[in-house]
Write a new protein. Sequence first.
Length: 292
Amino acid sequence: MINKTPDQKILKKPSLQAADVTDVPAEFIADPFILSHKSLFYMFFEILDKTTGKGIVGVARSKDGENWKYDRAILKEKFHLSYPYVFKFKNHFFMIPESSEANQVILYRAKSFPYEWEKVSVLVEGNYVDSSIFYFNDKWWLYAGKSGKLHLFYSDTLDSNWKEHPQSPLIMNNYNITRPGGRVIVDTDKIYRYTQETKPNYGSAVRVFNITKLTEFEYEEEPMGLVLNGSNKNKEWNKDGMHTIDQLKLEDHDWIVAVDGHKLIKKSYLVWKLDRIWSKYLFERRHKYFTS
């Protein structure tokens, strides 16, 4: 479990970037989440589709957890999707992507992993962002951010009967420690949550908190510090920030860790808009050519 800033040397080169996406004109990719299945590792992430201006979910594969190959886009909706929080429960694969544009927190299940997904149920109504689920003490728990607040919900069953914790919102009027920033880690009796920092810009850093008390009636946590931040080096891919982290435990002291990062590029609105229009034109032309 990462609880301190990693050496920047291991973050020199991204394993995957927007240019690797082949079936969608991607403006960027973000929010990585990883799972293992049948001797392969799968990374799920947001793709910002230039043709629609909305996020969709894509997947990449790896044999060793270090070298990744883009596969395809696997989940699109009429509304924006991001932060594809994937997890396994009772031999089924589930996903809770960020879907605040639909004003719902939606649970999906894999019909055919990793490519086909179906909607199971709406867990919570509301425009919550980056909902992060975990299982602890025979209950399901769900963090969700909303307008500078951190909300907490719980349920005895995964797909229904969610209730808001009596202390929720746990934090108010703080945009730096209320938006979830990656998978909640439950390691034996310890729980850690990650949160995105939004200063000096959105997604600038990730902090970690240790949950010291969690029941249906009580909640306490303590800060552990900063774990991810931008390099501030002009040529590096994560110059201006890092805002999502996921970790897959392999053995007692071995983990695979996935993070994202970004470098802000200044463009005029006209240049940005023309790039969107041109990308859409090229995509539609290529699609017409291959299907005619």
